[in-house]
Design a protein around this ligand. Structure first.
Ligand code: SF4
Length: 731
């Protein structure tokens, strides 16, 4: 059994790590100053910092920071990539760098280019880089281009980019959420007519039950664990739903809480381990239990919802035996969960990609939403549905228009404000752009941050598709795998300021629909960097017809915020934020009253079929997941403290399955799927037998190109896989 390297999540190792990273940053004083500066945390969308100061959360609590924020801040300081390194390191060598190795290279400090036939990136002047970019977009047919944004960027840059793209005539505008929480947006749009969290951070402090399904906040959103521990201290309960028993979801030491730090805190009261891809069955079983316990909120259902009778009939028609067999969770465990559900007064449901990364991701989210509605846990304080969002502004970039389709109010306001036509039919989503690239139908692509290559299923296919694009331009703080494996035939990479280096303030939106103002600051490194907005405005001014737009004024972030206020629904308060410094909650998204954004004002139940994912005989259910030392595609540390893995080329499996294969901890095995094959090392973990886990993004080579048809989210977590033990060589 892989033994965790720590006894609990967080704790003294996290404190030591923070100090070490501060020292490694090159200037511990500057590191602390930057961590405390009035900028939103650069990492996850839980949201810290902004005008209340760094390391302060939306409830005003200090200190709120975690290893993730420390890693991002420290990584932005220190080393830079030199021209000498690029000259010495051909692309055919760089392709063997891991994500962590790219991270260790440090910041990109000058524009670089690699052209067809080149085996190196080489420095290029800003003037030439921009000339080449402008030429590429001027000559490309607009419908053969796409514009992609990661969730790291600011609202201002994302708004400007979507405006540029739409004015230019390309509808192919998307962001990284198509590969993570798009299923949540589709499901919630149907449930209550809005696609983001229905609750605030404060609501968590009023709940007495939290169901954490398909999320591992101990690794990915560490400060959320503080909220769960506080909920338990108030006498509440936490149910975790996860096929793999995660150390950080059972026991955590919160460094900022001396009691927890010294003695440790239990995180969950009940840990349900369903089969991968069986969430609908488990949620339906819990709903059936709630119905049988006569614990429905009948008044809420009658007065504020629609569609319940069909969902009730569906749950009643499902047999307990079938549901238990489908999810693999014993009936006794489901009964315990039902007892917690029916005794709690106010419940919240939190989830992440454990629910969305499936061919039926929308149904998974809907099934848990049905459970919340059945208990009347929507539309009042202390209750609701919370998709645990990834990158710090992933919600914001979508809100301000980095999406292939805009809601009518947004589209018509944009048309009126800028005299452009916004097609009502959808442009390409992220995967559709990848398919177009594969067909040779993309001539140019602009990538605002992120690692589009690395976040795709079927890495081999993704790399080949992106390398067919004649021209790609990336705006980034650092190089990553995508700049090598997924570079266009001509690839230009432009170095940009990080959020806390911008000379003008920027804004970001948290997963609780709260918009923060980041002051910016000064560059942490020496180099020839530019602001994203400045670069995009320069491109826009020269690609688009002269005189149509005042691009010079749109270099001003303040002016962009005025435009966002005019155009983006719910963002009116951003127009005055420079003067008021008042950060704000986006109106119409949080539901503390049972009046929803659906046409009839009612929340909607929907029947959810059990799903088709059934591995064949001799096959396992494989999911990809992230580690404690990782954020999205960026790997900071290759050792996974919480799972005890000191390498990433592992397949995590149960002791029972390993024994059946004749493999033990550390033995080489081969994992084969319809997409590919990997030779990896077996790591024994507490996962339900029949299920496997491997690290994303490396294992994306095994992920077939299969999508949830409604959300267009690839099924990174419902993969049929075969495992064979190799020759008995133990490592
Ligand atoms: S939990 Fe998220 S927002 Fe909070 S400090 Fe950590 S990375 Fe930043």
């Amino acid at each position: 059994m892989a033994k965790p390297i720590v006894t609990a999540g967080g704790g003294f190792p996290a404190i030591v790590y923070t100090v070490r990273k501060g020292l490694q940053s090159g200037s511990p004083i500057d590191f602390v100053r930057r961590m405390r500066s009035r900028n939103a945390c650069k990492t996850c969308a839980l949201g810290m910092g902004g005008q209340l100061g760094g390391m302060v959360n939306e409830a005003g609590h200090f200190p709120e920071f975690c290893k993730k924020s420390v890693q991002a801040q420290s990584g932005d300081m220190g080393d830079v990539i030199t021209a000498d390194y690029l000259a010495r390191t051909p692309l055919h060598e760089m392709q063997f760098l891991t994500s962590a190795a790219f991270e260790r290279l440090g910041r990109l400090a000058f524009p670089v280019i690699a052209e067809p036939g080149d085996d190196h990136y080489r420095p290029i002047s800003w003037a030439e880089a921009l000339d080449r970019t402008i030429e590429a977009f001027r000559t490309a047919p607009p419908d053969q281009t796409f514009f992609y944004s990661s969730g790291r960027s600011s609202n201002e840059a994302a708004f400007l980019l979507q405006l540029l793209a739409r004015a230019y005539g390309s509808p192919n505008i998307h962001n990284c959420s198509f590969y993570c929480h798009s299923a949540s947006g589709v499901a919630l749009g149907s449930v209550f007519g809005s696609s983001t969290s229905s609750l605030t951070l404060e609501d968590i402090s009023k709940a007495d039950l939290a169901v954490v399904a398909g999320a591992n906040p101990a690794s990915n959103h560490p400060r959320l664990i503080t909220q769960l521990i506080a909920l338990r201290r108030r006498g509440g309960k936490v149910i975790v739903v996860n096929p793999l028993r995660e150390l950080g979801l059972t026991r955590f030491r919160v460094p900022s809480d001396w009691r927890s730090l010294l003695f440790g805190s239990q995180v969950s009261d009940l840990y349900l381990q369903p089969h991968i891809g069986s969430d609908v069955a488990l949620a339906k079983a819990m709903l059936k239990g709630v119905i049988e316990a006569d614990a429905l909120d009948r008044v809420f259902i009658a007065d504020h919802t629609s569609g319940f009778e069909a969902v009730r009939a569906d749950a009643e028609a499902a047999s307990w035996d079938d549901l238990v067999a489908a999810c693999g969770v014993p009936r006794s465990e489901i009964d315990k969960a039902v007892r917690m559900l029916v005794t709690a007064k106010r419940g919240i449901f939190l989830w992440a990609m454990g629910l969305t990364h499936h061919v039926n991701g929308v149904d998974n989210v809907t099934a848990f939403a049905n459970l919340a509605l059945a208990r009347g846990w929507l539309g009042r304080p202390g209750c609701g549905l919370l998709p645990v969002r990834g990158h710090s502004n992933v919600q914001g970039v979508g809100s301000v228009g980095m999406s292939p389709e805009l809601k009518e109010a947004f589209a018509s306001a944009l048309e009126a404000a800028f005299d452009i036509r916004v097609p009502r039919e959808s442009g390409q989503d992220t995967y559709a752009s990848m398919l177009a690239a594969e067909r040779g139908e993309v001539q140019a692509a602009l990538l605002l941050g992120g690692n589009l290559f690395g976040s795709n299923p079927d890495r081999t296919w993704a790399g080949a598709a992106m390398r067919r694009i004649p021209f790609t331009v990336s705006l980034t703080t650092k190089l990553n795998e995508g700049h090598v494996h997924g570079r266009g035939q001509t690839s230009i990479i432009l170095p940009v300021f990080a959020r806390d280096e911008e000379s003008q303030p920027t804004t970001q939106e948290s997963m609780f629909n709260f918009v923060r103002l980041s002051d910016g600051g000064t560059p942490a490194i020496k180099g020839n960097l530019r602001s994203e907005v400045d670069i995009l405005a320069t491109i826009a001014a020269r690609v688009l017809p002269e005189g149509r737009f005042d691009w010079a004024s749109l270099r001003s972030h303040r002016a962009l915020r005025k435009e966002i206020a005019r155009v983006v629904p719910g963002y009116g308060a951003i127009g005055d934020i420079d003067g008021t410094k008042r950060e704000f909650e986006i109106p119409g998204r949080i539901f503390h009253d049972p009046a929803f954004n659906t046409p009839d004002g009612r929340a909607r139940f929907a029947v959810t079929p059990l799903g088709e994912f059934r591995p064949g005989p001799g096959e396992f259910r494989l999911m990809t997941l992230r580690s404690e030392g990782q954020f999205n595609t960026v790997v900071y540390e290759e050792t996974d403290l919480y799972r005890g893995n000191r390498r990433r080329d592992v397949v995590m499996m149960s002791a029972e399955d390993a024994a059946a294969l004749g493999a033990g901890e550390g033995d080489w095995v081969t994992v084969t799927t319809e997409a590919g094959r990997m030779r990896v090392v077996a790591a024994i973990v507490e996962i339900r037998p029949g299920n496997l886990a491997m690290y994303y993004p490396e294992a994306n080579v095994l992920v077939p190109r299969r999508l949830d048809p409604r959300s267009k989210t690839p099924a990174f977590k419902s993969i049929s896989a075969k495992v064979t033990a190799d020759l008995p060589v133990r490592v």
